[in-house]
Design a protein around this ligand. Sequence first.
Ligand SMILES: [Zn+2]
Length: 122
Amino acid sequence: MLKKEKEKYKEKLLKRKEEITNKLSEVYNQSKEVESGIAQDLVDKAESSYTKEFLLSLSHTERKQLFLIDEALKRIEKSDYSICQMCSKEINKKRLNAVPWTPYCIDCQQKEEEESFESSSS
Ligand SMILES: [Zn+2]
């Protein structure tokens, strides 16, 4: 992938991350009075149990997305972004544009969803 393209995806990822963390700080501000910006700082230090408490106030989807975004940002740095983490094939560009934080190609994603559905229904 071209450096220029990677920058584009990185921007998208950071923007989405910001949206989620902004929402997080809103939740935080609603529950406790605190200066803005602190929540963002807490998200950066997600290993503290204090932060996890706030992350828990986000919906499951958002928390998962935040995690996937961080993982995708790491992959951009390591230059294996756009490579499926399951089958090592290139992920379709259209898919990356729609879901820039996805770690899997469409085939593997479907397989994964089927499996998690099966395990949760049993
Ligand atoms: Zn795959």
